[in-house]
Design a protein around this ligand. Structure first.
Ligand SMILES: Cc1cc2nc3c(=O)[nH]c(=O)nc-3n(C[C@H](O)[C@H](O)[C@H](O)COP(=O)(O)O)c2cc1C
Ligand code: SF4
Length: 424
């Protein structure tokens, strides 16, 4: 089984330095592109590979790039940003790539920047990733010294500068337009779309924001072709995927596997199944802001379409497993506490609604829930749902709640009827 993204990542040794990365085939893709591939051909190659953005929404990366204005009349500077904010609870896949092989990300960023003819690239890094920050600083300098960054890269006439920017540790900064505001030194609130960042992004100029894992795929697509990339997958979405599992499984962790493996294979084979004494009750398949799936969904394929058809989202592909000894009300309360705390306060349903939801769930946990609270919670899942708030934070927060009300309703009712948490 090929694992292009992680084949040079070893948990027991430091990441490859520039020389070692080059010896392993690194920067060959950049050489290939700089020796005569046009930006349009690179965009088309990535579009044909069917690489879908790994930041959560799953949009075709090549198509996204193709929306950037090109040619002599295009506004400059243009920007390419690696979204390395990674604050979704349960998600740690980008960290594996950032700490495991920083040059792979840098090469992917230079290629993406070339495809849209960007002038400047930024890594927007989660504040808490101190080790990744140190590695990136060192690796960016190595890339400058080797002529992979700066003026006239490898004699191609293409110039690119790259900077590392560390965030302040807010979940909201991962939303791409809030990220742009944060990078401009403004309050991290989202922007209205349209205009989309491809047209008017950082400082009002054309900008692409891509996830770390998305960008790490690019060198491999350039080296091996679109058909090879599609062939790695068990589904119509191209490539491999960094899946992860946390919760009471025997071997929590992250694995690079073909896109479209089943949830059963991931949990039972790679994560070793549940710890003894625990049964699987529910799974958030793509981080905290996705809908619960249950035992009946174990055989679904983990790709964008199949997970959506089952009523959830692949999201980041890093799943949180909830066991039968965990109270679903307490579990969801914990998540809503996070989301309420991370709301940027820009729009009323989210700013007021999330703390209200959190308060109701806390009261239930303490045995102070009322019959009408179930209806109130249900009402919030609609009021804070898609189309009613300025960004996707609040609708995302409602996904675990609405699916918990659907699959674990009994637990909510028991809290109210017995005036206590049945798991205490
Ligand atoms: C509240 C919120 C937080 C987000 N956090 C991240 C993040 O940490 N990393 C990320 O890549 N995308 C995050 N996204 C998605 C980004 O807005 C954007 O879709 C993504 O970076 C695009 O990259 P892609 O096309 O490579 O998937 C977040 C979205 C929302 C609504
Ligand atoms: S939904 Fe929440 S996080 Fe998004 S803009 Fe509104 S208040 Fe801010």
């Amino acid at each position: 089984m090929e694992r292009p993204l992680t084949s040079n990542i070893y948990p027991d040794r430091p990441p490859l330095n520039l020389k070692e990365y080059e010896q392993a085939g690194g920067y060959a893709a950049l050489r290939k592109v700089c020796s005569g591939m046009s930006p349009a051909a690179l965009q088309k190659l990535v579009q044909d590979s069917n690489l879908k953005g790994r930041g959560g929404a799953g949009f075709n990366t090549g198509i996204k790039w193709s929306l950037v204005p090109m040619g002599d009349e295009a506004p400059h500077p243009k920007y390419l940003i690696a979204n390395a904010d990674e604050m979704e609870p349960g998600t740690f896949k980008d960290r594996v790539l950032l700490e495991g092989n920083p040059h792979q990300l840098i090469e992917g960023m230079i290629l993406a920047a070339y495809a849209i003819q960007a002038d400047t690239a930024y890594v927007f890094l989660r504040w808490a990733y101190h080790e990744a920050a140190a590695l990136l600083r060192k690796s960016i300098q190595e890339a400058y010294d080797a002529g992979y960054l700066g003026q006239d890269i490898l004699g191609s006439g293409f110039h690119l500068d790259m900077h590392l920017h560390t965030g302040v540790g807010r979940y909201m900064c991962g939303e791409e337009t809030a990220l742009l505001n944060a990078l401009e030194g403004k309050r991290a609130t989202p922007r209205a779309k349209p205009p989309f960042p491809q047209i008017s992004g950082l400082f009002g100029k054309p900008t692409i924001v891509n996830n770390v894992e998305t960008l790490c795929c690019i060198p491999h697509i350039v080296n091996n072709g679109a058909d090879w990339f599609k062939g790695l997958s068990y589904s119509e979405d191209g490539g491999t995927k960094l899946y992860g599992v946390s919760g009471k499984v025997k071997k929590p962790g992250a694995w690079e596997l073909p896109m479209g493996i089943t949830m059963r294979e991931l949990i039972e084979e790679h994560a070793g199944g549940m710890k003894s004494g625990f049964q699987l009750r529910g799974v958030l398949p793509g981080g905290a802001s996705t809908d619960f799936l249950t035992v009946q969904h174990l055989d679904i394929k983990l790709d964008y379409k199949s997970v959506a058809a089952a009523g959830s989202r692949l999201g980041t592909g890093t799943m949180i497993v909830m066991d039968d000894g965990t109270c679903p009300v307490g579990f969801v309360h914990n998540l809503q506490h996070f989301f309420a705390q991370e709301s940027c306060g820009w729009c009323t349903p989210c700013r007021e609604g999330l703390p209200w939801v959190e308060k109701i769930l806390l009261a239930m946990e303490k045995g102070e829930g009322r019959k009408e609270d179930l209806e109130l919670l249900q009402m919030h899942t609609q009021l804070l749902g898609p189309g009613n708030t300025f960004c996707a934070l609040a609708p995302g927060a409602m996904e675990p709640l609405q699916s918990a009300l659907k699959y674990f309703r009994d637990d909510f009712e028991k809290h109210i009827d017995h005036k206590k948490c049945p798991y205490d």
